[in-house]
Write a protein that binds this ligand. Structure first.
Ligand SMILES: [Mn+2]
Length: 429
């Protein structure tokens, strides 16, 4: 960020050109495409959903600064469109997106040549360290970077991510929508669960409920982990039986118009928590509520909330006699980390782990969306001195939270997490 600000400052008098390619199509085997996912920065800036396109933003210096947005898009092609579906073409792109101009992608090379001839010492913004579209990188950009007379080349990623970090009113509405759909889908999936259910069926139910209620797709491969498998944080095989007497941990969310939800709930498939399951569950819930409350304090960071999470987890583990009571706060925190190996949360938006270039050590500000997701994990083979009833349990409770100037707004509050509420829903099956 600092280098970005410095070069912006140094180059206020320069012309700038910002080049953001779309994603390319990727294939699982010959001719068989994966579902297409657009490059997030490209989608954020253009709203354009087709692959093999490039957004070019020009900023001209001078008395009257001049900005132009041009989309280079795939040429209309009846033969290709027969297989892949209609293309917007130049005219369609103009009316769909509101850019200043639209051109065919095969005219990009000439455009770049002319631009370089007419402009000297411009600042080129392009993600050269990790090109988004490797074919276009070779075809259009590698030589442009090598041969040309740009003064500075900068990576636009952090700058675009620092915009994406703060949600506009329209984005907040979409975040609420994706969270509402996923929350309702969790309730239906809880009701659909029963002892002996296959994890795959819960996955399918979640997917079904999200899609029939308006989501485009699940936001990521969900974790549907029965019993001890909940202790594998990224368990995505989702193909085992959830035995009676065990809990299932489901981490799932959906995507609506490019905006994602990310929720975790843990519930007993029998309908009632055992004594130990409830004790651990209430501990995690208390930690989660505490962390939500901390979001309200001005100036806190996700890293700070993470330390608060460890502190309160340690307190609960001590109250449950799962770790020794005579520990320094540092020892207690180190031990708590062994019961919760992951962070308390991350930024959320168009990507699930959104804006990954943004440090978790910056102050939370109104308009940011974060997840708050503490957990306690005790595998069957835990090396800690833990009674049998606590073993093989993995619990995480994850909500999506919009930071405001006052109380944080929990976007996923429609998803039940109170243990009595969960048992009531399960009793209505
Ligand atoms: Mn998450």
């Amino acid at each position: 960020m600092q280098s970005v600000e410095r070069s912006l400052h140094q180059n206020q008098q320069s012309d700038h050109i910002i080049i953001i390619p779309s994603a390319s199509k990727s294939y699982m085997t010959h001719d068989i495409p994966f579902p297409f996912r657009q490059n997030t920065d490209f989608l954020y800036l253009s709203g354009f959903l087709e692959p093999n396109s490039v957004l070019v933003l020009e900023a001209k210096s001078g008395k009257l600064p001049d900005h132009t947005a041009t989309l280079f898009v795939p040429r209309k092609d009846p033969h290709r469109e027969l297989w892949d579906g209609p293309r917007s073409g130049k005219e369609g792109t103009l009316s769909l997106t509101g850019v200043d101009s639209a051109e065919n992608i095969d005219d990009l090379e000439l455009f770049l040549q002319l631009y370089a001839n007419e402009n000297k010492g411009f600042v080129l913004w392009y993600n050269y360290s990790k090109p988004v579209h490797s074919e276009f990188h070779k075809k259009y950009f590698a030589d442009f970077i090598k041969n040309n007379r740009h003064g500075v080349i900068e990576n636009p990623r952090s700058l675009v991510q620092s915009l994406r970090l703060y949600k506009s009113a329209a984005e907040m509405q979409l975040m609420q929508k994706t969270c509402d759909i996923a929350s309702a889908a969790f309730v239906e999936t809880m009701k659909f669960s029963r002892p002996g259910v296959n994890e795959a069926h819960l996955y399918a139910k979640m997917d079904y409920e999200c899609r029939v209620n308006g989501a485009d797709i699940l936001a990521y491969p969900p974790v549907v982990a029965g019993g001890n498998r909940a202790n594998t944080i990224h368990y995505i095989n989702n193909n085992q039986i959830v035995d009676d007497g065990t809990m299932v941990l489901m981490d799932a969310g959906c995507e609506c118009h490019g905006y994602t939800s990310d929720i975790t709930r843990t519930w007993p498939v029998s309908g009632c928590f055992t004594k130990e399951q409830r004790a651990l569950y209430e501990a995690v819930l208390d930690v989660q509520k505490h962390c939500l409350k901390v979001c309200e304090r001005p100036g806190v960071t996700l890293d700070f909330i993470f330390l608060e999470m460890l502190r309160v987890i340690a307190q609960h583990l001590q109250e449950l006699n799962l770790i020794p009571k005579d520990l320094t706060s540092h020892q207690a925190q180190t031990l708590a980390r062994q019961f919760c190996p992951h962070h308390v949360g991350h930024y959320l938006g168009m990507d699930v782990h959104d804006t990954d270039e943004i440090s978790r050590n910056i102050k939370l500000q109104p308009g940011m969306v974060v997840t708050i997701e503490p957990g306690i994990y005790i595998p069957l083979n835990s090396r800690h001195h833990v009674p049998a009833g606590f073993r093989g349990q993995g619990i995480r409770i994850e909500d999506d939270v919009l930071i405001t100037s006052g109380e944080p707004h929990v976007l996923t509050s429609a998803c039940p997490k109170n243990p009595d509420h969960i048992e009531k829903i399960l009793s209505e099956r």
